[in-house]
Design a binder for this molecule. Structure first.
Ligand code: ATP
Length: 320
């Protein structure tokens, strides 16, 4: 393979730049030319394409977001949009395409390979950690660390006022950000879409902790389960303590990537291009038990995400 393309699609995630750098540098190692496609599939349809050399990815690893920018693009769902996208690929002689994004982006990649014979490889880039086939997606670790920092600051002020802090975090339909951030900040409870919550049990736990001398409580609510304000209003009817709800919001998407996301981005980006070099197509790369592996795109996106019940039970057992 002589020329490959690279795009980031869907929501941005810290660590995407580390993956971009690894893709470009690995491709150059194999003597391939690399084209960066800006704004995901929208840029592919609109011919927003730039050649990428070794220097074009210098110094990008510490930066959050994606230097290629990203977009959601409904046009790719239609045959006409797909044909325009493929016309751009043919114009530049791009034979293989690396797509960094979530399951939607992977479905787009599959369409391009199945209908038009483009070799595609997917790299999981989303803060939500909502893909079952891989233990971690790029950006998840950084997003959770951002939540940990924000919740820690909230706990400082909430403790001074003896308040309950209800913190809403992202994750779409997946409770992983709430679960990991909750465990890591010693939250009293988490509310996630995967497990029905028991309001009176949470209130009772808060009461018990106060009777044991605690002055602050933290409940982490995943956006896919409920709005933080709504949960705070419900809890208010059962406890006498002052409650403040905070939505961490888009801060979770930004910031310099953690070591875990930088290294994961490098490993996934490297493997993606190694696969293209070996003639593979329709694959996604992922990490399982700290090993990088690859599997069929469609098989990967059809796996239903399983919630980590063991970690959830641990949180239940070790909070007061
Ligand atoms: P995130 O998890 O961050 O939301 P994602 O990749 O799942 O990332 P989506 O918005 O679902 O985000 O998909 C990104 C883009 O992929 C869409 O805007 C569209 O261009 C393309 N896409 C999604 N689903 C399909 C599909 N079934 N067929 C063709 N293209 C698709």
């Amino acid at each position: 393979m002589k020329r490959i393309g690279l795009l980031t699609s869907g929501g941005d995630a810290p660590g995407m730049n580390a993956a971009i750098r690894a893709v470009v540098r690995t491709a150059l190692f194999y003597g391939m030319e690399v084209y960066g496609i800006r704004r995901g599939y929208a840029g592919l349809i609109e011919d927003d394409v730039i050649p990428m050399d070794a220097y074009s990815v210098s110094g990008i690893v510490p930066r959050g977001g994606t230097i290629l920018r990203t977009a959601r693009c409904l046009e790719l769902l239609e045959r006409e949009g797909q044909e325009k996208a493929v016309a751009t690929l043919r114009k530049y002689g791009i034979e293989g395409l690396v797509v960094i994004g979530g399951d939607g982006s992977f479905r787009g990649a599959k369409v391009l390979s199945e209908r038009f014979g483009i070799s595609t490889i997917g790299i999981p880039g989303t803060i939500d950690n909502d893909l079952e086939y891989t233990d971690y997606t790029l950006g998840f670790d950084t997003a959770v660390n951002t939540c940990i920092e924000a919740i820690g600051k909230l706990q400082d002020t909430m403790e001074s006022h003896e308040r309950i802090s209800v913190v809403e975090v992202m994750g779409r339909n997946c409770g992983d950000i709430a679960l990991y951030a909750g465990i890591a900040t010693g939250a009293d409870a988490i509310v996630v879409p995967e497990v029905p919550y028991d309001l009176s049990a949470i209130a009772a736990r808060i009461e018990r902790s106060r009777s044991l001398g605690k002055h602050v409580n933290t409940v982490v609510v995943a956006e896919g389960a409920m709005n933080g304000d709504a949960f705070a209003a419900l809890l208010k009817s059962l406890v006498k303590y002052d409650i403040r709800a905070t939505e961490i919001g888009h801060i979770q998407r930004g910031g310099t990537p953690t070591m875990a996301d930088r290294v994961l981005g490098a490993r996934l980006g490297n493997r993606a291009v190694c696969l293209l070099n070996e003639g593979a197509c329709d694959r996604v790369v992922g990490i399982r038990k700290n090993e990088i592996f690859d599997m069929d795109i469609i098989e990967a996106v059809s796996l239903k995400k399983q919630f980590n019940k063991e970690l959830y039970e641990t949180l239940q057992m070790i909070s007061m």
